[in-house]
Design a protein around this ligand. Structure first.
Ligand SMILES: NC(=O)c1ccc[n+]([C@@H]2O[C@H](COP(=O)([O-])OP(=O)(O)OC[C@H]3O[C@@H](n4cnc5c(N)ncnc54)[C@H](O)[C@@H]3O)[C@@H](O)[C@H]2O)c1
Ligand SMILES: O=P(O)(O)OC[C@H](O)CO
Length: 447
């Protein structure tokens, strides 16, 4: 019998009774009471600067404040953020990460930090230091040319972006931390930050990925919250970094927890530009699951492209993938809202990633090579230091689904991992007839 058919038959026989809510960790990541505590104990500077910034000129986009002209003709921000004792209450931002998206995030933030009175002009960007082929340090080159020549060549970041290879130094004055590294490095970074950050820090994660602990899946925003004891919003969306870098119109979604709307608005203000429009939604897990899981579907779309299966097949894979994304998200986190899947972080990110993302591109090359060249090899060759998130996320999700006895219910997610590790051929991505899940999920309940 064909190897794949053998596999499928085995799968059917392994079907187990469905026990969706038996895991003890459903409430593990619910930190709304913790968030409330942060809000009520946050020192007043953060909130006062935020309230101040809520009164922009009505003719301008929200949060965009007018620049004043200096005597030498340059533009300066009015300095109205001194308290009675003359201490500045401006928010200070550090970006932790300097890859392709990290550099674009720094550019967006720098343009607003330079204009808005509620933020310090200077934006620190922590750089995982490396030596370029020229023998120069990446950090030195960024600070000299105002350009990340390795991860975002040709784009000026803004003169107020300061690259810093010293993580502790980069964060020590910041009260707004933007996490934007590949997900596999976050835990190590958080451990290095324990005890090194200010007491009034707010965080946001732009990272699309997850960790799997023995207790179950741990989203990156939860990891950051748990390791550092801070509130963490998320920002996800249809955001291919190179397109935003050249200021093509895009949207994104900011996910926040209950009672954290004001904090979310502050993040929206920090990132918003006329070409980058953000919508806040109260659904951290929904937003983050969308951003994380779509990378697995993008691999499936890449296999379809690599095998030249055509547009209808690709659309089918995207539809099935979106359906599995929604089911998985709602089963793991019962608070996830259906409406979140219609925001930029949901269907829009799925579309853009399946059309033009790095996961799609490398998966297409993997399929074209018949699965004979590994993802690690192709990633190194095709992305020159940039990292895929989909292959590790597929593995992590497989572990979660297997642990709960749910593999049969999510054939596309299960197949993607098995193709990535060479247990199935890339063409198995469309072998669905025997693998159709026999249940539907309505409002988080399996039927
Ligand atoms: N690039 C995009 O278009 C895009 C868009 C939206 C979201 N994202 C997400 O943003 C996150 C970051 O992606 P990116 O595109 O900025 O990164 P990237 O893949 O372009 O770059 C990899 C980064 O990892 C760093 N790095 C390598 N080894 C490291 C280590 N041991 N410790 C710490 N850092 C190390 C490199 O210096 C580099 O900055 C990912 O989760 C990704 O899914 C990316
Ligand atoms: O290039 P990818 O596949 O990592 O995807 C990039 C972004 O997540 C698209 O929103």
């Amino acid at each position: 019998m064909h190897r794949c058919a053998l596999f499928l038959t085995k799968r059917v026989w392994q079907l187990r009774p469905f026990e969706p809510f038996q895991s003890p960790n459903f409430s593990l990541y619910s930190i709304s009471s913790f968030s409330l505590a942060i809000l009520s104990t946050s020192p007043s500077p953060f909130l006062s600067s935020f309230l101040h910034s809520l009164s922009p000129s009505s003719s301008m986009a929200p949060g965009i404040e007018p620049l004043q002209r200096s005597t030498n003709g340059g533009s300066v921000k009015p300095d109205s953020h001194l308290s009675d004792d003359g201490v500045s209450h401006k928010s200070k931002v550090t970006v932790i990460g300097s890859g392709n998206w990290g550099s674009v995030a720094a550019k967006l933030i720098a343009s607003n930090a330079a204009r808005l009175t509620s933020f310090h002009d200077e934006v620190r960007m922590w750089v995982y230091e490396e030596t370029l082929p020229t023998g120069e340090k990446l950090t030195d080159v960024i600070n000299l040319n105002n350009e990340n020549v390795k991860y975002l060549p040709g784009i000026k970041l803004g003169k107020n972006v300061i690259a810093d290879p010293d993580l502790e130094n980069a964060v020590k004055h910041a009260n707004m931390l933007v996490f934007v590294t590949p997900h596999q490095f976050v835990e190590g970074i958080c451990k290095r930050l324990v005890g090194k950050i200010r007491g009034d820090v707010e965080a946001i994660s732009l990272i699309k990925g997850m960790e799997v602990k023995k207790e179950g899946p741990c989203m990156i925003s939860s990891l950051i919250s748990q390791e550092l004891g801070i509130n963490c919003c998320v920002l996800m969306g249809a955001n291919i970094a190179n397109e935003i870098a050249v200021e093509k119109f895009s949207e994104a979604t900011v996910g926040y927890r209950e009672n954290m709307r004001e904090v979310a608005e502050k993040w929206v203000q920090l990132f918003s530009t006329p070409y980058f429009v953000l919508t806040p939604v109260q659904d951290v897990e929904g937003v983050e699951m969308c951003g994380t899981l779509k990378n697995v579907v993008a691999l499936a779309a890449g296999f379809v492209d690599g095998l030249e299966m055509g547009n209808n097949t690709k659309a089918a894979i995207m539809r099935i993938g979106l359906r599995e994304m929604r089911m998985i998200s709602k089963l793991l986190f019962s608070s996830v809202k259906d409406s979140t899947f219609f925001e930029s972080c949901g269907v829009a990110d799925l579309i853009t990633t399946c059309l033009g993302g790095r996961n799609r591109k490398v998966a297409a090359a993997f399929a074209m090579n018949g699965g004979k060249r590994s993802f690690d090899e192709l990633e190194a060759e095709m992305l020159q230091g940039q990292k895929l998130q989909g292959v590790s996320t597929a593995k992590e999700m497989y572990e979660v689904l297997n642990h709960r006895g749910w593999l049969e219910l999510f054939p596309l997610f299960a197949s993607v991992h098995e193709i990535c590790i060479g247990h199935l051929s890339p063409s198995a991505i469309v072998e669905y007839s025997e693998r159709k899940p026999n249940f539907s999920v309505i409002d988080g309940h399996a039927q």
